[in-house]
Design a protein around this ligand. Structure first.
Ligand SMILES: Cc1cc2nc3c(=O)[nH]c(=O)nc-3n(C[C@H](O)[C@H](O)[C@H](O)COP(=O)(O)O)c2cc1C
Ligand code: SF4
Ligand code: SF4
Length: 379
């Protein structure tokens, strides 16, 4: 697993994620057996959705009774979830439980009983009417205070919390992302619907949480688009067959072994997200950097100091012959430049190592930019 950590640098619920590909839940379908059959091609899996209280269990029965959709049906959610967790115990796949609960108390009871070895994913996604009427699924996106209360309750119980949601349902996903960050969520698992990368970038630019992008991500190109606009992982539900998963896993592993940073952002002026500040020039010209700095409330001087301080004593300090006198201001490896490449060579670095150092710089920039959790009313 250390090899995976060196490659992707991903940790969820204190465990290393082998590859940035997850299974997204499908009620009545994605359980431990489904995950184990695909375990060698994925890093994480959200099993479920499982209903965890009387109201949502009744809703699940109502949904299943229509015959249009499957559901996991049982009388005792704790016994069912224990069985599933037991089956996953020896697997390297990091497990999340996608749960439908109608109140914070339902989530608290289940978390206190089952413990913190799994991620708790709040299903704020389901659109089935009986489920929404029971007060869960998409209901939470229209009643965000209730959703925040569930997040806070699970955090209080010491859990890692993911929120599964659809983009474009809340009136402003950026505001919602900030609220969930403020409430203590660790992961946003977002069904991007048809919104595409602009929406993902907005969310990436609003919070420092782990982002899992979902919906119709079956090809390397789509996966890479998600990664280069802010996703930490991608997830699959309908097309989570072994062949598709194995292809994506092999492709991202190969790409990372060649390039060094599996989810490196595009340059800011090419539509990259805030992480792209790591590749930005000195703030001396009129370009997208200036409005970006304004938006995040960082002055040019602060930006200069932030980047210079972050690379002190590292090879990114070098670069006398580059445009701005240091690799700290240099472009992404995919932009050809002989001055940068010459410096990299002189420093005894490979292109891959340069990208890894840029990733570290990006992490530092992100932690500085998102250093204060916003207040409840932050927009
Ligand atoms: C049959 C079916 C059942 C689903 N059940 C759930 C669920 O219980 N909880 C949930 O959060 N999402 C559920 N989803 C949504 C998926 O996790 C995923 O967000 C959606 O299918 C889009 O991703 P995909 O294009 O990879 O399928 C379900 C989707 C399908 C098709
Ligand atoms: S600073 Fe350089 S890389 Fe960043 S947006 Fe401006 S021109 Fe592009
Ligand atoms: S030296 Fe090359 S890589 Fe560095 S900022 Fe200038 S053009 Fe970009």
């Amino acid at each position: 697993m250390m090899e995976s950590f060196d490659r992707f640098g991903l940790i969820m619920n204190d465990r290393i994620i082998r590859t940035p590909i997850a299974l997204a839940s499908m009620a009545g379908i994605v359980d431990a057996d489904y995950v184990l059959a695909r375990a060698s091609h994925i890093g994480a899996a959200f099993i479920g959705g499982y209903s965890i209280d009387e109201k949502t269990m009744a809703a699940a029965r109502a949904v299943a009774a229509t015959g249009e959709r499957k559901e996991f049906l049982y009388d005792d959610p704790v016994a069912e979830l224990r069985t599933q967790m037991q089956k996953m115990k020896k697997s390297e796949v990091v497990v999340g439980l996608n749960l439908r609960g109608s109140s914070p108390d339902s989530y608290r009871a289940i978390a206190e009983t089952l413990g913190d070895t799994v991620v708790y994913e709040i299903d704020a996604h389901c659109r089935q009417k009986p489920m929404v009427d029971a007060g869960c699924g998409e209901h939470y996106l229209h009643h965000q205070k209730e959703l925040e209360a569930v997040v806070r309750t699970l955090k209080k119980a010491g859990c890692t919390v993911s929120v599964k949601m659809r983009a474009g349902v809340a009136s402003d996903d950026r505001v919602l992302a900030k609220k969930l960050w403020n409430a203590g969520a660790d992961i946003l698992h977002i069904d991007m619907m048809d919104f595409g990368i602009a929406k993902l970038r907005q969310i990436r630019n609003s919070c420092p949480l782990m982002l899992i992008a979902n919906n119709s991500i079956h090809s390397f190109d789509t996966m890479k688009e998600m990664f280069s606009h802010g996703a930490d992982l991608v997830s699959l539900a309908r097309r989570s067959d072994e062949r598709t998963l194995a292809g994506l896993d092999a492709a991202i592993t190969r790409y990372t072994d060649e390039q060094g940073w599996y989810n490196s952002p595009k340059q800011l002026c090419r539509g990259g997200d805030i992480r792209a500040l790591t590749f930005c020039c000195m703030p001396v010209k009129d370009c997208p950097l200036i409005p970006t700095l304004k938006r995040i409330g960082v002055t040019k001087e602060e930006f200069l100091k932030m980047k210079m301080d972050a690379v002190q004593g590292t090879p990114l300090e070098a670069g006398q012959h580059t445009c701005f006198g240091s690799l700290v201001w240099c472009c992404k490896m995919s932009s050809p430049c002989m001055f940068r490449d010459m410096t990299i060579q002189q420093e005894g670095l490979t292109g891959k190592e340069y990208m890894r150092l840029k990733r570290e710089l990006s992490d530092t920039i992100m932690s500085r930019v998102f250093h204060d959790v916003p207040h409840d009313d932050a927009g």
